[in-house]
Structure formats: structure tokens, C-alpha cells
Design a protein around this ligand. Structure first.
Ligand code: TXA
Ligand code: MG
Length: 331
């Protein structure tokens, strides 16, 4: 992946972060809205800019595995030896689209985790994110750079469109390669649990850790208090336009006049679609993931009354894709 951000701009962005300002930057998953994770007022600005509830914790980005150990408090884990062993096994997945929840180290501002005792840490692999982290030499708290509840941004233009006037600097590193937010894995309990599916699939994590790993709770299930992840609210990632999965349509159902279709297989709508986006013709999951949020945003701007989306098997990367689509389609 090439980066088209020059060194001076990265240096300027790092200086802004040090001053407590907000910098949007690309990661391989989605664009993040970053602030110095050690400065409480800077972190507070993130919540304000996004309109995010203050109890919904942020992911902290770091450049190296040493920093993961530094900004977590492994000693406060349920079992420091086992957790250290797990981290050791997970290390080959970094840099990459994986966030790991550990007890929060004392250098990280409390409001990063909504006042809770844990912190999600991740080493992103986008070259611009890594250069920024190296230039800044510190931990960057960054949720996805979208207004709370809206679709995550996968280009710098998406960030400009919805948060442009609230950000001090936007680094443009091109479209995001993965296109879906990172896998969130909690190591806070004796059985690790994936809280949010992503490109690092449950199978990859089970294989890497070589132990039982629980999958995400289905959204109807009550969440145990120690795993509470308010960001995994039932409705999320939603365009303003109503979304329905094609599998919920009934034969001969009358749809609104202005209905759009998002296609990623050999399915063809049997209704006259006002706008259509084809993400893949053969159900290629990586292709679909990379373009999904961009296409949803485009259709959301097309003055439609309904967007009907295709579906895929919720297996592998398909689990993350369907997770986002099911959430987007909730009323
Ligand atoms: O790919 C990504 O993860 C992107 C890029 C920018 O890194 N970030 C992202 O952040 O998607 P955000 O804030 O939009 O989603 C983070 C999710 C939320 O659902 C949040 O509730 C959960 O991770 N989370 C963060 N810290 C947590 C913690 N300490 N305990 C439980 N859940 C946590
Ligand atoms: Mg988000």
C-alpha cells in the first residue's frame, strides 16, 4: 500500500496531537479520530466531536508490542502468566486489524475507557498510522472518525463530509484496505471472547491461541458486566436511510418507489431499483468488505426511501460483514 502523506505533514499532525488537538488518520480498517490517549481533555474532545456517549470506551493505537505491555496493566489481569502467554501468541497478528482488551495501565487517561478498568489496544498496519505513531511517540486513542452511530469512514473524504469542521487535521492515506473495523478480543476472562467480529476471524484467533474462544454474544443476549461493550449496541453503523436485508423481503412485497440495491453475489433484485451498487459479482468477501461502507454512504446520499442489501454466509469475514449489515438494518 502506498502512502501519499509526506513526512512534514506527519510531523505537523504529531505536533497537533501533542498539543491536545484532534487528528484523523487512516488505518487499514477504517479512518480513526485520534487524540493523545494520556491527555484527558484531548480525549474528551473526541467524545464531543463524535457525539459519543461518554461510557463507550475508545481503542488505543500503539506502534510496538512493548507499548502494548507498557499501556496495559498485565499484572492486574485475572492471570498474568496466561495473559502474557496469550499476548505472545497473538503478536504475529500485529500490526493488523485486531484490538485486545486488557486491564488499563495508569498512563492512559481514565476517560479513554469511559471510566472503566480496561483498555483496548491495537497496532494498526497502515503505513501512515504507523508513521504517525512513531513521530508522536505515544499512544493515540482513536474511535472510527464518524459521528456516533453513523457508518465508519473508509476514505479521507468520508471524514471531511461528516466531521470536517471538528477535526484539526485529516491525513489522507487513500481508501482503507480492509474496510471493516478491527476485531475486538477481550482477554479479561479465563475464556477469551471476541466482542466484535472483524477481518481477524474467530477461527484465526482460536487457531492462534490454541484454546477455547467465545464468539460475540448475539445482540439480544444480556452482556455480562465484565464484558460490557457499550459500542456493541444493537443499532449501529446505520445510514439515515432505512436498510433491509434482501432475505427479509416477502414475495411480491410492494417496496417504496425509491429503493436502492446493494449487490454482492449473483442475486438480482426483482424490483425496479432506482440506484444499484455491485460490490462483487461472485461474493468475494474481501472485495465486499473493502467497499461496503463507501457504498452505503453513497446510497444514503441518493435520496432513497429504502436500501435493500444482499447477504452472505456469516462465516469467516462474512461474519463481520453480516454483523454490520444486521446492525445497520435494525430499526
Ligand atoms: O478498526 C477499528 O477498530 C477502528 C480504527 C480507527 O482503529 N476503531 C474503531 O473504534 O472502530 P470504535 O470506537 O468505533 O469502536 C471500538 C469498539 C466499540 O464497540 C467499543 O465499545 C469497544 O470497541 N471497546 C473499546 N474499548 C473497550 C473496552 N475497554 N472494553 C470493552 N469494549 C471496548
Ligand atoms: Mg465506531
Amino acid at each position: 500500500m502506498s502512502t501519499n502523506v509526506d513526512k512534514t505533514e506527519i510531523q505537523r499532525a504529531a505536533a497537533l496531537l501533542a498539543e491536545g488537538k484532534l487528528v484523523a488518520f487512516p488505518t487499514e480498517t477504517v479512518y480513526g479520530l485520534g487524540a493523545d490517549a494520556r491527555q484527558q481533555p484531548a480525549v474528551a474532545r473526541i467524545y464531543e466531536a463524535k457525539g459519543r456517549p461518554s461510557n463507550n470506551p475508545l481503542i488505543v493505537h500503539v506502534a510496538t508490542i512493548e507499548e502494548v505491555y507498557r499501556y496495559a496493566d498485565i499484572g492486574a489481569s485475572w492471570n498474568p502468566t496466561v495473559v502474557t502467554e496469550w499476548l505472545h501468541k497473538l503478536t504475529p497478528l500485529w500490526p493488523g486489524p485486531l484490538s485486545v482488551i486488557l486491564p488499563r495501565g495508569k498512563e492512559i487517561a481514565e476517560n479513554v475507557s469511559g471510566g472503566g478498568p480496561s483498555v483496548a489496544l491495537r497496532i494498526p498496519r497502515h503505513p501512515v498510522a504507523l508513521e504517525l505513531l512513531k513521530a508522536f511517540k505515544g499512544p493515540i486513542a482513536a474511535p472510527s472518525a464518524n459521528p456516533s452511530m453513523y457508518v465508519s469512514p473508509t476514505t479521507a473524504q468520508h471524514v471531511r463530509d461528516s466531521l470536517g469542521n471538528k477535526v484539526d487535521c485529516i491525513l489522507d492515506g487513500g481508501p482503507c484496505e480492509v474496510g471493516l473495523e478491527s476485531t475486538v478480543l477481550s482477554l479479561l476472562t479465563a475464556t477469551p471472547r471476541v466482542l466484535r467480529p472483524g477481518a481477524i476471524t474467530l477461527d484465526i484467533i482460536r487457531h492462534t491461541l490454541g484454546c477455547t474462544v467465545d464468539g460475540p454474544l448475539s445482540s439480544g443476549e444480556p452482556q455480562p458486566a465484565d464484558l460490557l461493550s457499550p459500542g456493541l449496541l444493537a443499532k449501529h453503523y446505520s445510514p439515515r436511510t432505512k436498510v433491509r436485508l434482501r432475505t427479509t423481503l416477502t414475495q411480491g412485497e410492494r417496496l417504496p418507489e425509491k429503493t436502492g440495491a446493494l449487490i454482492f453475489s449473483d442475486w438480482r433484485p426483482d424490483f425496479p431499483a432506482t440506484e444499484t451498487r455491485v460490490l462483487s459479482t461472485r461474493g468475494d468477501l474481501e472485495e465486499i468488505a473493502a467497499q461496503l461502507f463507501g457504498a452505503l454512504r453513497e446510497l444514503d446520499q441518493a435520496q432513497l426511501d429504502l436500501i435493500v442489501v444482499d447477504t452472505c454466509e456469516p462465516i469467516g469475514l462474512g461474519e463481520a460483514i453480516m454483523d454490520r449489515l444486521v446492525r445497520a438494518s435494525r430499526q
